[in-house]
Design a protein around this ligand. Structure first.
Ligand SMILES: CC(C)=CCC/C(C)=C/CC/C(C)=C/C=C/C(C)=C/C=C/C=C(C)/C=C/C=C(C)/C=C/C=C(C)/C=C/CC(C)(C)O
Ligand SMILES: C[S@@+](CC[C@H](N)C(=O)[O-])C[C@H]1O[C@@H](n2cnc3c(N)ncnc32)[C@H](O)[C@@H]1O
Length: 384
């Protein structure tokens, strides 16, 4: 018998068949009982049981986190050092047994850490929460998402579309005339975006080609936190922001507060109907495209293309689907978040590239951001 080298094109199909065979075995309860006892398969069985348990229980873990955030537990431990449950209880407004229960749960999740003498200190994950106002604001606002996800199948079937808590938070979603939104309607989401922008602006600006451009237009730029961070890095850069009138007003106030009035201009309008300001040779779309269905996303990119000179660039930055090692963040978290919001979807870089080409851009380059789970970035140039 002659040995045959497997052609590379056969490999994926063969691997898929082997995986199907394995999952077919796991789907058999008798095999699962055997594999949990057999020494060679037991470690894998335990790992998978743990993974499935975490999937079942994830919403409880999130509520433990919410309790810690609401009670400002991590800030307290940071300020005062390790403390016992008895000492922490009155500071948290809990009785000692409840404090002990919360601290035990938080320790099991890495938010706090057990110390000698029954005391608790900051844990590795709790430490990363301290001073991260954007993350704390995100955790707090998950109360709305939590309510909307109560019946995920109804959500998938489009029942109650437009009547979710998240649709109320993001009133431009599904709104025919978003430019008519008033100051009170844009305040909550603009504040949330401004607080969480700090987490991603530096990641994006680390890879943005600011030095190669004269004037940056941030489309859907919110309150201007991204542009203010760009201004600090690139003193030569002129800055333009375009957003809904009530949001642009908030950006104007921020630019004035931060002494950027001379360099930064905020223009109000609807990027789907109004002409975009001229003069920018770099346009950024930060956390904007995934908010919109494909037809609208394409219209935004076409508007950006029309506003750019042929030697200009488009910088697109947002969390994306299919990010290696962060797949659930894109597909599960942002997929269901945007479903609850009522429009948009997370896209893979190749899908964004397809939209960019249809809008008149050349092939896009994926830039290497430091934390791709939080934000990825792509750069494209117009085709002449
Ligand atoms: C010091 C020694 C000796 C050793 C140290 C070991 C070591 C290297 C430790 C690492 C320490 C470190 C640097 C930790 C850093 C941790 C960080 C930065 C954690 C950050 C976590 C960020 C999270 C979890 C962010 C979550 C973001 C969310 C949920 C964002 C949601 C965004 C939404 C909903 C946006 C909505 C907008 C819309 C509508 C979709 O357009
Ligand atoms: C998810 S927020 C992102 C804000 C900011 N780029 C950031 O990352 O913090 C999307 C922004 O797009 C703006 N926006 C939505 N629809 C718009 C439209 N039709 N015209 C102009 N801006 C719009 C919203 O007001 C909001 O500020």
């Amino acid at each position: 018998m002659t040995a045959r080298v497997m052609a590379p094109s056969m490999l994926p199909g063969t691997l898929d068949r082997l995986r199907d065979l394995r999952e077919g075995l796991v789907a058999n309860p008798r095999f699962r009982r055997w594999a949990a006892r057999f020494p060679l398969t037991r470690p894998v069985a335990r790992r998978r049981t743990r993974a499935l348990f975490d999937l079942c229980a994830g919403f409880v873990y999130s509520q433990v986190l919410l309790a810690c955030v609401r009670l400002r537990l991590c800030e307290l431990l940071r300020a005062e050092g390790a403390m016992s449950a008895a000492a922490l209880a009155p500071r948290l407004g809990l009785d000692e047994a409840a404090a002990q229960r919360l601290l035990g749960a938080a320790a099991s999740l890495g938010l706090v850490a057990r110390r000698r003498g029954g005391r608790f200190a900051l844990g590795p994950l709790g430490a990363a929460l301290v001073g991260n106002a954007g993350l704390v604001a995100m955790v707090e606002h998950h109360a709305a998402l939590y309510a909307d996800l109560r019946d995920p199948v109804a959500l998938l079937r489009g029942e109650g579309r437009g009547a979710t808590d998240l649709a109320r938070l993001w009133p431009y979603a599904g709104e025919a005339r978003p430019e008519a939104l008033g100051a009170a309607e844009v305040a909550a989401y603009s504040t949330l975006m401004a607080a969480s922008q700090a987490m991603i602006a530096e990641e994006v600006l680390d890879v943005a080609p600011l030095r190669a451009h004269r004037c940056l237009l941030d489309l859907g730029g919110g309150e201007g936190v991204f542009l203010a961070a760009a201004a600090a890095r690139a003193p030569h850069l002129q800055l333009l922001l375009f957003d809904l009138p009530a949001v642009a007003e908030r950006a104007r106030a921020r630019f004035a507060r931060e002494g950027l009035g001379g360099r930064a201009q905020a223009i109000g309008g609807d990027f789907l109907r109004d002409p975009l300001p001229a003069g920018a040779d770099l346009i950024s779309l930060v956390r904007v495209l995934h908010d919109h269905d494909d037809d609208v996303a394409l219209a935004i990119l076409r508007a950006a293309r029309r506003a750019l000179p042929t030697d200009g660039s488009l910088l697109l930055a947002e969390p994306m689907a299919g990010t290696p090692d962060a797949e659930p963040a894109g597909e599960a978290y942002f997929g269901f978040y945007l479903l609850a919001m009522g429009q948009g979807r997370p896209r893979r870089p190749a899908e964004i590239d397809g939209l960019l080409r249809a809008a008149g851009f050349g092939p896009a380059r994926l830039l290497r951001t430091g934390t791709p789970l939080l934000v990825r970035a792509m750069l494209a140039r117009p085709v002449a």
